[in-house]
Design a binder for this molecule. Structure first.
Ligand SMILES: [Zn+2]
Length: 130
């Protein structure tokens, strides 16, 4: 089951560590799901689809500005690049897409059980770290 992520919370969700994020176009209704998970202190990996989906690229995140790297140019990757590029553009995100998480913690991936956790997208321990 999908639960909405507010546009202003997307940037944190992208680097939280174990995020399954679905992006749905307001215009076409087409949706795409990405799994963005931490590989080590420096990198997160971006996969398309469910947990065993294809790798689209990596996010380098050390200090302040995360950077998305990819050698792909397919539709899924371009859609993710759009999302990544506009992650701080709340107005544009609000106008063009709806964002969802799948009911698991965006940071650790555990199933969320309380209404507060489902609303925020994080479990009670993880929310202290985001
Ligand atoms: Zn968690």
């Amino acid at each position: 089951m999908n639960h909405e992520i507010k546009p202003e919370n997307l940037a944190k969700a992208l680097i939280a560590g174990n995020a399954m994020i679905t992006v749905q176009s307001n215009r076409t209704g087409v949706h795409k799901t990405y799994h963005i998970y931490r590989v080590n202190d420096t990198y997160l990996r971006v996969k398309y689809g469910a947990k065993h989906g294809k790798i689209l690229g990596n996010i380098r995140y050390v200090d302040v500005d995360p950077i998305f790297f990819s050698s792909r140019s397919d539709e899924e990757t371009r859609a993710f690049e759009w999302l990544f590029r506009n992650q701080f553009n709340i107005k544009k995100l609000s106008e063009q897409v709806k964002l969802y998480h799948d009911g698991s913690c965006l940071r650790c991936g555990r199933r969320l059980t309380t209404p507060e956790s489902i609303e925020s997208g994080y479990g009670p321990k993880c929310i202290k770290h985001v």
